[in-house]
Design a protein around this ligand. Structure first.
Ligand SMILES: [Zn+2]
Length: 432
């Protein structure tokens, strides 16, 4: 197989989102019905569980339990089936024969619930808990309900809900997304770096020019450094026995976690908006290669890198790409940090005096994250060239010279001749 040097993942298909709604307080009568319903479901779970040791398959379990349950239970057959599926799915976590369930959530398919509005326009779920018997659960019109409403408006649909403990209802929304268009003119390359969360290059595949370069999330790196200093101080106090310091340490961890999550989400959105404004697709490195690639540098540097929330950031990026139907390509990080876009040579990648700078024999000195984001963009173009026969990059130049890209490719893939043209522009920085 010669074609496997870059793997592409196009996000496509059905996207699911879950929203948890809060119930309003139920009347005594409704509470009683809900309790009966829940207790009966628990009884079915318990009885199904008893047959688990002798069942070889989910189907087996069905035959062992179904007819008995149908005779003794007031639950609709679908719901009995759901209970059996739950038991089978969790069979590894269920150990003894005498297992008794005390909590459950009840999944209902669309035959057994309906979303309705009362005469006073209050939202409710009408639940059929036994054939021809039903009751309604009123929904709190809070923030969660507003989200629910906006999903409905955007064309999301739901076919099942789950009654959760603690007076909540989970709604599973689904939406089909069509295959994103892949022959886009612009590509947005992202490098997740050491001095900034993301360096971004917008690359025009028709002219082979860099259109724009931006840094995102420098503040995160700074803040993370502050957090870790404060955490170290608190930890040493806590180690000396300070209860207060331990409590504050926990609070601080929580605060840091939220900060990172919020900022990663915001930055992912900013980048998506940028991609949308150019109608660009997005190219990122495969995450698992990142650590290995940078692992060769000193320990201090690695610690610095490890504080950067790649995982969170990429999760947000992926889900936003799904929402806005932007293709997300994951490229092999092979040589993206070493390749020089001015002369095509390979270098170890970092200026001896300054880790954040890339220095080449040809005289190029540039921010290494910025450089890598261009390499990531170019690499995705190489892959597209290969798979979609777009070959207009063959005669492109950088600063009036051709730049070979052979070094960006693994040795089994040499043969493509592509180059990029580069304008020396200043880099913009995004601050919040
Ligand atoms: Zn060079």
């Amino acid at each position: 197989m010669l074609n496997v040097f870059i793997s592409i993942k196009i996000i496509d298909g059905t996207v699911r989102k879950c929203i948890v709604l809060n119930n309003l307080d139920l009347t005594a009568k409704k509470t009683d019905i809900l309790n009966k319903f829940t207790n009966e479901y628990l009884r079915v779970l318990d009885n199904t569980c008893l047959q688990l040791p002798v069942a070889d398959s989910s189907n087996d379990l069905h035959h062992l339990t179904y007819s008995n349950m149908r005779k003794t239970s007031f639950l609709p057959s679908d719901i009995i089936e759901e209970a059996r599926k739950d038991i089978w799915k969790d069979r590894k976590g269920i150990t003894s024969n005498g297992h008794t369930f005390t909590k459950c959530s009840i999944r209902l398919n669309k035959r057994w619930f309906r979303y309705i509005k009362t005469k006073r326009n209050n939202p409710c779920f009408k639940i059929t808990y036994s054939p021809k018997k039903n009751f309604t659960i009123p929904i709190r019109t809070d923030k969660q309900f507003q989200r629910f409403g906006s999903f409905l408006k955007d064309g999301w649909i739901f076919d099942n809900i789950s009654l959760l403990k603690n007076d909540k209802i989970a709604v599973v929304f689904e939406k089909e997304f069509t295959k994103p268009e892949i022959n886009r003119r612009y590509v947005l390359g992202i490098d997740v770096g050491s001095s900034t969360l993301a360096a971004v290059t917008i690359f025009d595949t028709e002219t082979s020019k860099v259109v724009k370069q931006l840094y995102f999330g420098k503040d995160i790196v700074k803040e993370q450094r502050k957090y870790s200093e404060r955490r170290n101080k608190l930890k040493s106090l806590a180690d000396k026995g300070s209860h207060r310091a331990r409590q504050n340490l926990e609070k601080l961890k929580h605060k840091q976690f939220n900060f990172v999550k919020t900022r990663s989400g915001q930055i992912a959105k900013e980048i998506i908006n940028l991609a949308r404004s150019y109608n660009a697709y997005i190219s990122v490195e495969k995450l698992k290669n990142l650590k290995g690639r940078r692992g060769q540098f000193n320990k201090n540097t690695n610690n610095k890198i490890n504080r950067i929330p790649y995982g969170k950031f990429k999760e947000f990026l992926k889900s936003n790409c799904e929402m806005f139907q932007i293709s997300l390509y994951e490229v092999d990080a092979y040589h993206t940090s070493k390749w020089c876009h001015k002369c095509g040579a390979l270098n170890n990648g970092h200026h001896s005096g300054n880790y954040s700078l890339y220095k080449c024999r040809c005289g190029l000195i540039v921010n290494s994250d910025r450089k890598a984001s261009l390499a990531v963009a170019v690499k995705s173009v190489l892959e597209r060239t290969k798979t979609h026969s777009i070959t207009n990059l063959n005669s492109v130049q950088i600063s009036n010279t051709r730049v070979p890209v052979d070094e960006l490719l693994r040795s089994d893939d040499i043969g493509l001749k592509v180059a990029v043209q580069h304008n020396n522009q200043s880099m913009e920085s995004h601050h919040f």
